[in-house]
Structure formats: C-alpha cells, structure tokens
Design a protein around this ligand. Structure first.
Ligand SMILES: [Zn+2]
Length: 79
C-alpha cells in the first residue's frame, strides 16, 4: 500500500506524519526517525536500533539481540 499525504511545513520547519502512516509503520511518540536527503528527495526511515544504555544510534555493535554504542562500550572496557 502506498500512502500519499500533502502537508504544509510550519514556521519551525515541522511537518505532521498522518495517523494512518504512523499506524501502518508502527511509529509511536518517542521513536527516532532517520531523515535522509539528496538533491531531489527526502526519505524518512524509522530508526530501529539504539544503544541499550544511552539510546544513541551511532556506532552500534549488536550482542545477543541488544545494541551498544562505541562510547558505552569504551566506558565498559575501562571498568
Ligand atoms: Zn551508548
């Protein structure tokens, strides 16, 4: 199914993702979305993986179904 909505950007640069799209993609308050842009398009993808300690999405390593970021991994190694 393809959803198409037309939304106006507000003065702060925000848009609203319609309830039908949020429901379809299981996007909930507090979820992080990754926004990518090139010369012609903007794509928004739900960011699934995050560090179990600090919620970072950067430099993740997976272990037993959980993710840990490089910074937290370094902190653990120092202890
Ligand atoms: Zn972390």
């Amino acid at each position: 199914m393809i959803y198409t909505n037309f939304r106006e950007i507000d003065k702060a640069g925000r848009i609203v993702i319609s309830k039908d799209i949020r429901r379809h993609l299981n996007i909930n308050p507090g979820d992080v979305l990754q926004i990518n842009a090139d010369d012609a398009c903007i794509t928004i993808v739900k960011a699934e993986a995050k560090c179990v300690f600090c919620n970072s999405h950067e430099n993740l390593t997976e272990f037993e179904g959980k993710h840990i970021c490089g910074d937290c991994m370094a902190k653990l190694r120092r202890k």
